[in-house]
Design a binder for this molecule. Sequence first.
Ligand code: ATP
Ligand code: BTN
Length: 326
Amino acid sequence: MSVKDKTLSILENNKGIYISGENLAKELLVSRNAIWKAIKSLKNDGYNISSVNNKGYCLSPDTDILSSQSISKYLNRDINYFNIKVYKTINSTNSAIKELAINGEKEGTVIIAEEQTEGRGRFGRKFYSPKKTGIYMSILLRPQIHSSKAFLITTATAVAVAEAIESISNKKAKIKWVNDIYCDNKKVCGILTEASFDFESGIIDHALLGIGINVKPPEEGFTEGIKDIATSIFDNKNSASSDIRSRLIAEVLTRFWSYYKNIENKSFLEEYKSRSILINKEINILSKNSSEKAVAIEIDDDCRLKVKMEDGSIRLLSSGEVSIRI
Ligand code: ATP
Ligand code: BTN
């Protein structure tokens, strides 16, 4: 870690508290001039750091800039596992992590962006990713499981995100099969898992787990196309603490990791089913060329959606094939 990164780490862990340049220099075993340079560079990056003679430096408690330091302070036991990289703006965190995966980067690398210019969902759909108000993150995974079980990654994540949302807000989080999280009957989060596997064995080489969460209302509102179906966890930007996105990221990573370690146990499946909003609802099943009405009956242990069609026949839907509209 550079002096700048270490300085930020100390300031993040002591937000709102003054620390003298001398103490920073002593702790990091560098000169006071090196600390001064690090502070100058952090200020250039937009950090609000006040400098007061005889007191030292203090990072404003209002700081709302994502960094690996702002997130790591909320991660405890798995802190060493994740290698978190944060970008101001990126096309898509899933695209960026794909490049790393192809170049052999190890499991646990996480790319997070303050904004995405080409955020995407399933079937090439767009995921609106405006700056400062959401979480756009992708995790590189190398699970040694068969590709037919890739859906478990999405399912475990949906439960981890729903639980994480409830741990930092007073909202109830529900799951719309298979990859969306809803609060107040609107979508707050979408999950996109893309996997590459060995053709002969069928074993996954790498999986790119992308998670997009609307945390606060976007400054310019939701776009016309999604304003009736999308919402954010917090209704107003002042009702959430400044570091809420960092806390939520840490909650998601910690919960996801505990499920992922033993993913084939499916310990999250009952929770997934109990949070489902589709059961007993009339739904529209969209596939490439058709739209059919049905009633959702249940989610089975392979996470397929059992539905009753209008003609009374029963079908089991797999996540990769269809989209559901309520
Ligand atoms: P399904 O998962 O059943 O295929 P879906 O509508 O959730 O349906 P996805 O591809 O998973 O489809 O997600 C992309 C869709 O999410 C977009 O077509 C748009 O309707 C919606 N969307 C885009 N950006 C956001 C956002 N920031 N918040 C909530 N919803 C969004
Ligand atoms: C969905 O809406 O159902 C899936 C959307 C997934 C969005 C996330 S944001 C981080 C990652 N990067 C992307 O381009 N997409 C995913």
